[in-house]
Design a protein. Structure first.
Length: 473
């Protein structure tokens, strides 16, 4: 369950009561209810996304999502019993952490949960650990100076100009990484890790005081480099009154080997029936997908006569008939948590499309990110909803370059924030005008944001209408 769904769950019963009253009124007055959404079938080509994940390790700390007890969230330290996932982190590696806190009890509305990140050398010599890029955000700030990104009801497409546009902490942090921004909470950029005891890198609050409902979330993403092998751990704990736990308290918690309770046991890998993906708590193989999107066996992508799409963050039972699972595999993970990094949260997609017009006429192409219905059986079509009443499946920014303005002149690099609902054909990100024989390169970057639900597709299509058939949902 995402943070946005947790936030709304507290109001579900009131909503049901309102719906019941509306239905009764409708029946009494003889009014008609809204038509059931139809499935719009878009005939097109769906291809596997070229490229692959890199080999950079990512510490993926997302289980539990809703933290219910103090303890170790994830630890790569070699000692710690059941709490230990002993993986050597050396050179480039990433940390992704995403959690929700709902307060301790109704009698403790002022409670604050603290998140800490500890690291230590695995050898006997000091190690330099450097933050290359990173950011963090709460869902809702309770004090001045805290970076926040509430779940705002944004339109499907908004271009970012001077101000930051975000909806939810995953959206905010993804945008910060694309723009090279760093939250002020991450002011420390370099640490010297001394052997003997862990060094605290971060200590970040998850407050709920004054919030209604008592619910807050935090997303953290760090791109790190170590001069030698290190271990790292994330922990959650309460301090005394409004003060955070001391550094010694964090070290004691780490050495105790006490795990914070995990949630959502997954379906066994390869099982049939309903698939429970669960959430990730482990170390994944890969943090970036790099691709040159061309026609098979070619160095260019010829302007297609109809829509052509490539999956983004495709996963088990969500390949859109391509057979391609982009999900990062896990080097290690805790029992009872996801066995793969379903959703690729925090993974950066860096995509290049060398477009060419091989026809004798000018061509205008449109680029979009779409959120088709999951489960299609063939790769010659995608299915969409005829309305926009489904749940939000994607909220986050994209960076795109190589598009043309209305006057035909290049627009340069742009950042666009999207909010896509289930089965929504995404708004146009822009157009590319190609003269006969002309070539242009379009680039698309995105960091797959926490709280999104995969898969989506990147689509290129000529600017004209195509026949569609409709079926009932």
């Amino acid at each position: 369950m995402t943070l946005n769904r947790l936030f709304t769950a507290t109001r579900v019963q009131m909503a049901r009561n309102r719906v019941a009253r509306v239905l009764v009124t409708t029946a009494l007055l003889g009014l008609t209810t809204p038509a059931i959404a139809e499935v719009v079938v878009r005939q097109q080509t769906v291809r596997p996304l070229p490229g692959a994940l890199d080999a950079v390790l990512m510490v993926n700390d997302n289980n539990p999502e809703l933290i219910a007890s103090d303890g170790i969230l994830l630890s790569t330290f070699p000692k710690g019993g059941d709490a230990a996932l002993p993986v050597v982190l050396n050179g480039r590696f990433d940390l992704f952490s995403h959690h929700v806190y709902a307060g301790d009890a109704e009698t403790s509305p002022e409670s604050t949960l603290w998140l800490a990140v500890l690291a230590a050398p695995l050898g006997n010599q000091p190690v330099t650990l450097t933050l290359l890029e990173g950011s963090t955000s709460l869902s809702q700030a309770t004090q001045p100076g805290q970076t926040e990104a509430p779940f705002l009801p944004l339109p499907s497409r908004m271009r970012e100009t001077t101000g930051v546009i975000a909806s939810g902490p995953g959206s905010r942090v993804a945008g910060d990484l694309l723009a090279g921004r760093t939250a002020p909470e991450l002011s420390h950029q370099t640490w010297t890790l001394k052997p003997g005891e862990p060094t605290r890198l971060l200590r970040l609050p998850m407050p709920v005081a004054g919030l209604d409902p008592l619910l807050n979330g935090r997303n953290v993403q760090l791109r790190l480099h170590s001069s030698a092998p290190v271990a790292i751990a994330t922990l959650a704990g309460h301090g005394q009154e409004s003060k955070p736990p001391t550094d010694q308290a964090w070290r004691t918690m780490l050495s105790s080997g006490t795990l914070s309770k995990k949630e959502h046991r997954p379906s066994p890998r390869g099982s049939r029936g309903k698939l429970i993906y669960s959430r990730v708590s482990g170390v994944q193989l890969g943090s970036r997908w790099d691709a040159e999107i061309t026609d098979p066996g070619s160095k260019v992508l010829d302007a297609p006569p109809g829509p052509i799409s490539w999956p983004i963050s495709s996963l088990e039972r969500g390949t859109l008939a391509t057979g391609q699972v982009q999900t990062a595999e896990l080097k290690v993970f805790y029992p009872g948590t996801a066995w793969a990094a379903h959703g690729n949260y925090g993974v950066e997609y860096n995509l290049r499309l060398p477009l060419r017009n091989n026809s004798a006429k000018p061509v205008t192409l449109q680029v979009s990110l779409d959120s088709p219905l999951k489960g299609n059986k063939t790769a010659d079509s995608l299915r969409f909803r005829s309305d926009r009443n489904g749940p939000v499946m994607f909220r986050g920014p994209l960076q795109i370059r190589g598009l043309d303005g209305a006057d035909g002149e290049p627009l340069g690099r742009q950042t666009v924030h999207l909010v896509l609902r289930q089965g929504q054909q995404g708004p146009s990100l822009g157009q590319v005008n190609l003269k006969p024989g002309e070539q242009k390169q379009v680039g698309v970057r995105l960091v797959y944001p926490a709280d999104a639900t995969p898969p989506q597709v990147l689509t290129v299509q000529p600017v004209k209408q195509f026949p569609r058939e409709k079926r009932s949902l």
